[in-house]
Design a binder for this molecule. Structure first.
Ligand code: SAH
Length: 254
């Protein structure tokens, strides 16, 4: 792991005028884990063994946070991909979803979630809702989840899937580069697509002491990076190995 500190002096001026705190309703957190048996499909029951085995495999591969493993062991990943891919859902591989995007490899989901070191009740912003799988994992961690997706179709599909399973994160259709200033500050921000540059507007939406987990380094391969907000204008960067993500793109699409 490499660590270095960066100062974002130009940001300091913006910070004092654009970070707005709006408290959120407590309903979200309460609802997130209300999952009755009736919402759990029979298909999930049939896949319980596979989902538990996936969690065991990730443990063997080095994921050590038991809460993350427990979350992986509960979310029916096969319900977040097209029917033709369901048989591959419990193999530790990324899979295609609509709009040419991917549902991340389970190991990557677990690795990023572990780096967040989530505490119950924290406010977390995810960039790149995609299939909704990572958002479901975050809901299982008992945090307040906000997630943005730039494709309208993916946003709607993820909402349907998540709600059907009894998860109610706050989902937004929009450009993740903008973040959600009206809901900031966030305790943690998780970026699940690869930006070419550090998304600075997002840094400003972190609370002091909070951090962002983001794959950085361009199109081909990225370094998993944790950027911690030390104070108003000081950020500390740590790197945690190579990963490959789909690009983070500006704007929105249907
Ligand atoms: N977390 C997702 C992974 C999806 S892949 C899951 O669990 O399935 C990354 C996603 O980021 C894609 O859906 C892509 O459309 C989305 N994305 C890329 N750039 C974005 C941006 N600027 N704002 C919001 N979403 C973005």
């Amino acid at each position: 792991m490499k660590t270095r500190t960066r100062h974002y002096f130009p940001l300091f001026i913006i910070v004092s005028c654009c970070v707005v705190t709006i408290s959120c309703t407590s309903n979200t957190t309460k609802n997130q884990n209300e999952k009755s048996d009736s919402t759990m499909s029979d298909q999930f029951r049939n896949n319980l063994k596979e989902v538990k085995n996936l969690a065991k495999e990730l443990k063997r591969k080095g994921i050590s946070d038991e809460r993350v493993l427990a979350a992986i062991g509960k979310v029916p990943r096969h319900l977040f991909v097209g029917e033709y891919l369901r048989e591959y859902a419990y193999i530790d591989e990324p899979l295609s979803i609509e709009k040419g995007q991917t549902i991340s490899q389970p190991y990557t989901v677990a690795f990023q979630t572990e780096l967040l070191k989530l505490q119950p009740g924290e406010k977390v912003l995810e960039i790149g809702t995609g299939s909704g799988y990572q958002a479901a994992i975050l809901c299982e961690m008992n945090v307040e989840v906000y997630s943005i997706e730039r494709y309208y179709e993916l946003h709607i599909l993820a909402k349907k899937r998540l709600n059907k399973l009894g998860y109610y994160p706050k989902l937004f259709f929009g450009d993740g580069f903008e973040g959600l200033p009206e809901y900031a500050p966030f305790d943690k921000i998780l970026v699940t697509a690869a930006p070419e540059e550090i998304p600075e507007k997002l840094l400003l939406q972190l609370r002091v002491g909070g951090w962002m987990v983001v794959p950085l380094g361009g199109r081909q391969i990225q370094k998993m990076t944790v950027i911690k907000r030390i104070n108003e204008d000081k950020f500390n960067l740590s790197e945690y190995g190579d990963f490959i993500f789909v690009p983070m793109q500006t704007g929105t699409e249907e």
